[in-house]
Design a protein around this ligand. Sequence first.
Ligand code: FAD
Ligand code: FES
Ligand code: FES
Length: 1323
Amino acid sequence: MSTALSCPSSSDGNETLVADELVIFVNGIKFTDHNVRPQVTLLAYIRGKLKLTGSKLSCGEGGCGACTVMLSRYDHVDKKISHCAINACYTPVCSVHGMAITTVEGIGSTKTKLHPIQERLTKSYGLQCGFCSPGMIMSMYTLLRNNPQPTALDIEGCLKGNLCRCTGYRSILDGFKSFSAQLLGKLFDPSDYSPYDPSQEPIFPPELQTSSKFHTNTVRFIGEALDWIRPTSLEELLKLKNELPAAKLVVGNAEVGFEPRPNNIKTTLISVTHVPELNQIDITDSGITFGSSVTMSRMYDVLKKNGDVLAERRMNVFISLMDMLELTGDQQMRNVAGIGSHIMSASPLSDITPMLMAAGTTVLVGSLRDGKRSLPLDNSFFVEFRRTCLKADEVLINLTVPISKENEYFAGYKVRNQVHRRDRDVSMISAGMKVVFEDSSNVIKNINLCFGGTGPTVVMATSIMEKMQRRKWDEGLLNDVQRMLVEMLQLSTHGGFVEYRKCLLQSFFFKFYLNVQNVLSKQLTDTVLTVPAQCKSALVPVEMPPTESMQLFQDVPRSQSNDDPVGRPIMNESSLQLTTGEAIFLDDIKPEQGELHFALVTSKHANAKIILIDASEATELEGVHCFVGADDVPGKNRWNETDPNEVIFASEEVLYIGQVIGGVVADTMELARKAAKLVKIEYEVLVPILTIEEAIDQDSYLQPFRHLEEGDLKGQLAKSDHVIEGEARIGGQCHYYMESQCCIAQPKELNEMIIIVSSQDLSSTQRRVAAALSIPANKVTCKIRRVGGAFGGKITRPVHFAMTCAVAAKKTGKPTRLVVGRDLDMQIVGKRHPILARYNVGFSKTGRVRALQCAIFLNAGFGYDISIHTMIKTLIQLQDAYNIPAYALSGRACKTNMASNTVMRSPGCMQATAVMETIMDLIATTCGVPSVEVREMNMYKCGDSNYFYQEVPDIGNLTRCWNECIVKSDYHRRLEQTSYFNSTNRWKKRGVSIIPVNVFNGESLTEINQGAALVHIYLDGSVLLTHGGIEMGQGLHTKTIQIASRVLRIPSERIYINETSTDKVPNTVLTAGSTGTTLCGNAVKIACETLMERLDPFIHENPKGSWEEWVGAAYRNRISLSTTGLFKVSDDVMINWDDHPSSRTSYNHTYGAACCEVEIDCLTGDHQIRRVDIVMDVGHSINPAHDIGQIEGAFMQGYGLFVVEELRYSHKGELLTRGPGMYKIPCVSDMPRQFNVHLLEGSTCSDGIYSTKAIGEPPCLLGVSVLAAIRHAISSARSDAGLHGSFRLDCPATPERIRLACSDNFPKDSQEIAGNEDFFIQV
Ligand SMILES: Cc1cc2nc3c(=O)[nH]c(=O)nc-3n(C[C@H](O)[C@H](O)[C@H](O)COP(=O)(O)OP(=O)(O)OC[C@H]3O[C@@H](n4cnc5c(N)ncnc54)[C@H](O)[C@@H]3O)c2cc1C
Ligand code: FES
Ligand code: FES
């Protein structure tokens, strides 16, 4: 192998040994690779090359933790083994040369023994789809390896870098907390757990311990596109950098790994993790020097270890740094990212650099040519966006942070969830502040104010600092600085949020001011006033009590046989496979011989004509097979019979950014994606319609419109004491399933095509793939074993991906795999519909609603999808739990140049509930009546009928949920406590809410209210169950097994479900709308009952016989042991728009109530849910563990929509918030600190299977209780600021919205900042 590089010699003058073979130990096994490609990530390596598919690829950007593995290494200087959790998706495989990796497969398996962590996650029901489970387990495993007796807080801390979209985290935490002293919940019995014995863990590979060569020898891996060199001394590094000034230095790769690399230009990366001088930490009397490559975690550990010595005062620089390090990213990132490389990444949004700058940090840099020089970390260091003043051949050697001096005060600030989640959130504004006073006075001697997020670089506000010299620390100074901060700091408008960012600048200084005043006032009692008690709440962060939970449900009757699993908490049928990494998701399927990869080419414009598609540059690359486009579709280039806009490949026009134009087929995924970027598209760009308002202005709608009107609207409005007009906006929501869209198409003989697709609707996929390929449906088989989360996003849209992939496979004749990356998935796939509601509500002075007029506008995107259905659902659900005598509701779906918005869990209902609950709060504020009374007064009562003149069934259950929720949550006492808290705190406020829900279950399309199943009994007595439903984490397979077990009277263990497939159960319906258990469960029941009827004669003949004997007897008598079951909902659910009373809007109702308490920080907009109590009517639960899991997960998803998750679009219509780094779903610290779920006892449901009710979707609506509680808290803050009455709070209620709604008396801008228009559009 030829190299372009000479290898410099090491510092001792000996010729350095060059290792060009990679050596890693994975799960104790040594792997040596002579041909490693340096650009390959550890995740791609272990999944692709080592075939260990337990670790998952979900985001590929270090943002979700699905790929977490444990890295272990031996430190030959300290003679210590260390373990840390890392994200394998951005860790270069070369960087772990000479180290050991443990994956989920390495800690336990179903074939040997489960690790206690795997077992406990299973037994605590801590998984649903299970896609996040391996990552969760590895984070926990690493914690236990380092600390076998962690506290509950340690456990929560270790999961901060792991996202779960299904569970809501409570069950995961409870399972893992069993390793601490804290045991919670009622769902499981901790005495069932196997004990954890740390001595049983695998040993560290002795070879890595005995031989230091892996770390002391320079290593060099030479690839086609990239060379990787790991020097082992500073001298060697400086020589290398002198020789290769363009080479990039790398430590954790958390920045370098995501930088675009120029095509066809070879890059060299120099890993500086093994240069001793860059890893040194020196503590002296004047400060601490950290080598540039010292990881953030090591920095934290060293500071913590020396904490007692350093922390004489709370404001000490190192204590503040430690606090900030804990808030920076997640442990996986901090375990690999260097503190020097953090500075050198020159990010304007850094959390730490402003603090280092404020502290007066100096850095030492060096080069072979110019030697070493020391530089202050100030404004001269950061030259421009992402660029420092270092010369090309210079390296950062170390940084020295001076120790705090006498009379010095220091603090760093970041809002925990300013964008918008509690953890792992890069700042919008960050700050580091230091002040030194003259001896025994409050006169400023010196002050440093440094900020991130104001412009292209981190800045030191020198002009403001100068004006503060020699001034007294008093209110006059506070006001002046607050004014100067908004007037003199040139806040860039890039990135938007200008008003909020200004508020944060002022709020951070205000906090610093009070903090310093608080300490000074104790020392200078004569000169400095004490901080008023009410204002002290500004000094502390939002309270985060330890998490607690309770789950209450009705036990099965004593008379029920022990063998009958219905009604019992039974663990997920696949949980053992999911926790060991043995469960096979689509992309874990081993490739067939000759399998190719497909990558999509998508539109860059929201509305444009396509002038030219030129794929020549892409197809010239070696390993690229072809470009696939509209001309390659054998059948019609359309995939939705009713919507001409929904084409498979756009060829003439594009209607949104992300629309699929074609794709490239290549040997590898990496190559296919690279080639797809080389396809050139020329457009004639047209003006797009993007927002609801634009669509209304231009009359751009999808037909039909819908209107519901009953009662004497005019009369009731006239009778009302108040009539208020208002507007509410609810943003969209991304499904954020952890497994992105994916598909494999396998061509077989005689034109047959097998499609394996991560989908909730296989039969539609089958029909449309057949049409696209112009073959009959019997030649297409669609199947899937499990789906890694779906939430409605895998109903209609996977059809499209399957068609593109099938066309590609047809063209090449080869099996073809399409895995859509997270970024593109979020761009292409439509989301929950954003809506705008314009209402006019009339009500009495006591708060009784008399009339409601409401126009609903949905942003449907460019196509129909199910937008009309969603609009109808919104109209129906608007009544929610409330009886409104007269109403006129209208719905329109706006046609825009956005992705075609689609179903997401509780489509339409979520938006409707938010509108209705906003109106309820508005009424309460206007009338001055407690919101609980307004809600109660308007709630449906026994005998009331709904919008369709039908009596609301079992309405007593709604009242029971409500009353129980009031009692169980101790609502009234807590409301009083909240009032007291609010009256004694100015800058932290609490809010309590209680919300009822009434959800209409059923789909208004008759044909989809059916379910089918196929059941085989084999001669050994085992049963193979298949039904038309898809298992996506909701526990459908587990519940159907429970049902089959009850009917067949055999243990669940004898029943198995292997996959859902159109060749087993044909013409299935989508699995959605919480109907799976009703439809598939009943179908299974019917099939099993048929089989039992057939077995009955043999049971009667031999009553004492065994199951196997009866089965054998039937077989010998030539009785079929296989049958199908078909279930249909007895009455059609349908809406008659011409005659409302003849409609049937649902086949049952799910009721519930939630009480929520929050605390907000009025200065930053930060918030925390303190407690949630839910009472839910699920009828008779078939599996309380699963139902409680659904309730908790749904609640958190609802909370996500109403408060946390914000989709942001550019003025071009491009989705900017793609991937977990930008789009924030709730993480573990967002979980309510107390989370109690109670299933209503004694409830039945006559048309639910075994009296169970739909549960997947309804609890999402309860998330609106967080919004209402936040509104309550904000009201109190506004009232302190002298503002009374109602105010607008759109969804999501982000920290920005909360902060701006809170209001304050801080000085405002005297001049408008130029260019302060919105950076984003509200669609
Ligand atoms: C998931 C995730 C979450 C994050 N969250 C946060 C957050 O909450 N707050 C926050 O502030 N940041 C956050 N970040 C950013 C993170 O802090 C930086 O990406 C990280 O510090 C970079 O460290 P690294 O060692 O991985 O850098 P690398 O990618 O290895 O290197 C970064 C830069 O430093 C240069 N460099 C490295 N060593 C030297 C040297 N000795 N001399 C000269 N140049 C050198 C490299 O050439 C490169 O340009 C997050 C990043 C990720 C991936
Ligand atoms: S896949 Fe690695 S962090 Fe998401
Ligand atoms: S179980 Fe966590 S993402 Fe599905």
